[in-house]
Design a protein around this ligand. Structure first.
Ligand code: UDP
Length: 507
């Protein structure tokens, strides 16, 4: 359905006497017989509006959840800007072609107003913190036009990214429920709540000292240095997070792109200790289409798959740090040295500030040696991660613990080497290594406030230890691998995709 194809609606206001009521109601019935809706904004079909934030790791899970709603017969509208829409339009078009009701409403990004080149509308497209600030400014300017689109669409509910606190007010105005969607897990939000409540970091003597997060189902250990800076000092981002948490409480409920099978004790904690409603939709793309991107012709993908076909099962280490991380040369060089020393087949996805600049950080002849020995691939740009992780040759994933990457790895049954950097990634690491025990830590020690990483997070020696620890075939490594495969079977069986949709039908 196109944005303009909305049904005509009429409101009838009969006076309080039968001689007025009868003809007016009869006329209303006549209108209804001609297909005009008589209930203002309410129609027989349910409509949900989805508002993704402007970064791939928020867009992918939110849009996939929207597609899941559409697959259950709900009419879905996704509001975004043209460049962001281009990231997912093909998958939405495939859904539309098989009869699903999805409308993508685009709104012009105020590029000129904030001083950005046309087309830079996503945090993944920036190459400096300054540019990221301008994207943020643009998003701020879009609030009013987005509010207007939501109003005009007359939705029955709003599914909002966490970073749009204002959607609480518009949901109140329209008297409809607002769901907050967290593209992360319940474990992190339980930990966040406990840290805000008990401030255990104020009771330790140094940044390097471990503390136990109080009141959680497991004794989770973390150091003060690994906590977000806004737990220790007031920051603008900390204020925003507090606002996000306030709007979470004012929402009808929370949607997590996580599996309840992955964190049952924390689902219980969130519902019964924090007293909030939540639904786990798992990895929505898993329920929609197993092989994202397989349909299109793509020579990079074909090359990758044929290279993976030459490798032994569980032998290849996949290394990728998501859509945002910008490492400086020194860290990249440490990774390269660790790969040479550990002599493990690998696929390494590299994201540098300027993809065209000369890559002086690579040890001389590194790529050539990898090519000649058929031992590894260094890739630039976007790769089909889900497809790679699901290849039988992949035996480990070195990750910054972005939640989408973790979830994709868990679903594929691939154990992890954790190298958290920013956002809630340190908590994701603790979930992986202390609760699920499906990975080993590379040894990140300090939380980074931004995705541009200036320092060396893990040097060669730490990395070699982690790589051989996971890929070396020790008894402990085999246990970790066994648990990862077991968890994959569990979450794949769960079919956990009904929750919010069933709920909406009852609203
Ligand atoms: N991704 C991908 N190809 C790439 C890089 C990233 O498909 O070359 C996808 C990845 O599969 C995941 C998302 O981008 O779905 C990254 O999200 P995550 O939460 O892991 O990290 P972030 O990008 O927020 O740091």
């Amino acid at each position: 359905m196109a944005a303009g194809d909305r049904k005509l609606r009429a409101v009838f206001l009969p006076y309080f006497t039968s001689s007025h009521i009868i003809p007016l109601v009869d006329t209303a019935r006549l209108f209804a017989a001609w297909g005009i809706s008589l209930h203002g904004c309410r129609r027989s079909e349910l409509r949900a509006v989805f508002l993704p934030f402007f970064t791939s790791s928020h867009i992918i899970p939110l849009v996939d959840t929207a597609r899941l709603f559409a697959a259950r017969g709900i009419s879905v509208t996704i509001i975004t800007t043209p460049s962001n829409a281009a990231l997912f339009q093909a998958s939405v078009d495939r859904d539309i072609a098989i009869g699903r009701e999805i409308t993508v409403q685009t709104i012009r990004f105020p590029s000129a107003e904030v001083g950005l080149p046309e087309g830079i509308e996503n945090f993944g497209a920036v190459d400096s913190i300054e540019m990221a600030g301008k994207v943020n400014q643009g998003i701020f300017l879009l609030q009013k036009p987005m509010e207007e689109l939501v109003r005009n669409g007359c939705p029955d509910c709003i599914v909002s990214d966490m970073f749009y606190p204002w959607t609480v007010d518009i949901a109140k105005e329209l008297k409809i429920p607002r769901f907050i969607l967290y593209a992360t897990n319940c474990f992190y939000h339980c930990a966040f709540h406990s840290l805000r409540l008990h401030a255990p970091h104020e009771k330790v003597n140094s940044d390097a000292e471990s503390l136990v997060i109080p009141g959680l189902p497991d004794p989770i250990e973390i150091t003060r240095a690994q906590l977000e800076d806004y737990h220790k000092t007031q920051t603008e981002f900390g204020k925003l997070m507090d606002l996000v948490k306030e709007t979470e409480v004012q929402s009808y409920g929370t949607i997590f792109t996580s599996y309840s099978e992955l964190e049952p004790l924390y689902v219980h904690h969130y519902k019964n200790v924090l007293g909030r409603k939540c639904w786990h939709v798992g990895l929505p793309s898993h329920a929609i289409e197993r092989n994202r991107g397989l349909e299109e012709k793509n020579s990079k993908r074909d090359y990758l798959l044929s290279w993976l076909g030459t490798q032994k099962a569980n032998s290849v280490l996949y290394i990728c740090f998501g859509s945002l991380v910008l490492f400086h040369d020194a860290q990249l060089r440490e990774i390269a040295k660790a790969l040479e020393e550990s002599d493990q087949p690998f696929i390494w996805v590299v994201r540098t500030r300027d993809q065209t600049e000369e890559e002086s950080w690579l040890p001389e002849g590194f790529e050539q040696r990898a090519k000649e020995s058929n031992g590894g691939l260094v890739l630039r740009g976007w790769v089909p991660q889900v497809l790679i992780l699901n290849h039988s040759a992949i035996g480990g994933f070195m990750t910054h613990c972005g939640w989408n990457s973790v979830l994709e790895s868990v679903t594929a049954g691939v154990p992890l080497i954790t190298m958290p950097l920013f956002a809630e990634q340190f908590y994701n690491e603790k979930l992986i290594t202390q609760v699920l025990k499906i990975g080993v830590e590379a040894g990140s020690e300090v939380y980074n406030p931004m995705f541009e990483i200036m320092n060396i997070v893990a040097g060669k020696d730490k990395l070699v230890r982690a790589i051989t620890g996971l890929m070396g075939g020790s008894e402990e490594a085999q246990e970790i691998r066994r648990r990862a495969k077991e968890m994959s079977v569990k979450v794949k069986k769960s079919g956990r995709t009904e929750g919010p949709v069933t709920l909406i039908w009852t609203l």
